[in-house]
Design a binder for this molecule. Structure first.
Ligand code: PHE
Ligand code: FE
Length: 289
């Protein structure tokens, strides 16, 4: 996940191209690394039917992600290209904002080229290949979500001339990483940060603690978030079309300025205009504080 779009480095590390990509070097992954992927995949995929969105589950299928081992991008990209024209490219870790936006705008999703160790099973700071590929790539096989991510990259590049990274990061956080969607069967997960986490996949849908609020673009772009624990607030879209329509058809430049004149919204606040789907107890966050 791209938490806060921090500039970790300014120039590509040795061995990386100017756009920060490296070879996946799939043949170099060890048996233990493939086994770690399989372990994470088995745990998540057993739990996700009835929890993950239709689009996500369809993506797992279309991309044949159930094949054992860390996916070989030569195979994965052939299927992904057929579905939506997207590609996964390997990068050493987090990349600078402008590089990240440029990849998205060109239908390339940068994925960290390492996998967590057994000690990091449930939490790690930088996104690994399991978070990036299992969490993000299934949604990129959906044509509407695929277009949203391109538009986000283009919007990101455009935003560099405004001072808007924080607002854009919040939008990414509350949709791409931690978004919920309302479907016929009830609320479902489409955010990669949830869907790649066993514990948050249960918490986000079942816990009484967090608020669940109808998605509102300007409101989301003002809302603080936490990177260290489960979210206290999830935003719910009615459909991927809704998300694409409202973001593509809104000119963000005046919105950035209008939002800048207002204070940020604290993590767990409920505002008078909110469409409240679940008013959370915040017990989980309070107990930890
Ligand atoms: N419409 C936005 C703009 O005017 C771009 C954007 C589209 C941003 C989709 C995020 C997601 O900059
Ligand atoms: Fe992510």
């Amino acid at each position: 996940m791209k938490d806060g779009f921090t500039h970790v480095h300014e120039v590509p590390p040795p061995g990386a191209a100017a756009d920060w990509t490296i070879s996946q070097n799939w043949d170099a992954f060890t048996a233990d690394e493939h086994a770690m992927w399989d372990r994470l995949f088995a745990r998540q995929s057993a739990m996700l039917p009835g929890r993950a969105s239709e689009a996500f589950l369809r993506g797992i299928d279309v991309l044949r992600l159930e094949k054992p081992g860390i996916p070989d991008y030569r195979e994965l990209n052939a299927r992904l290209m057929d579905a939506t024209g997207w590609q996964v490219v390997a990068v050493p870790g987090l990349v600078p904002d402008d590089v990240f936006f440029d990849h998205l705008a060109n239908r390339r999703f940068p994925a960290g080229n390492f996998i967590r160790t057994p000690e990091q099973l449930d939490y790690l700071k930088e996104p690994d290949v399991f978070h990036d590929v299992f969490g993000h790539v299934p949604m990129l096989a959906d044509p509407v979500f695929a277009d949203y991510m391109v538009a986000y990259g283009e919007g990101g590049l455009r935003s560099l001339k405004y001072d808007a990274l924080k607002q854009l990061a919040r939008l990414y956080w509350y949709t791409v990483e931690f978004g919920l969607i309302r479907e016929a069967g009830g609320l479902r997960i489409y955010g990669a940060g949830i869907v790649s986490s066993y514990a948050e996949s249960v918490f986000a849908l079942d816990s009484d603690s967090p608020n669940r609020i109808g998605f509102d673009l300007a409101r989301v772009m003002r809302t603080d978030y936490r990177i260290d624990d489960f979210q206290q607030n999830y935003f719910v879209i009615d459909s991927l079309d809704q998300l694409l329509d409202v973001t593509v058809n809104t000119d963000f430049a005046p919105l950035y300025a209008a939002n800048d004149a207002l204070p940020p919204i604290p993590i767990a606040d409920i505002l008078p205009g909110d469409v409240v789907i679940t008013r959370g107890t915040q017990d989980y966050a309070t107990a930890k504080a």
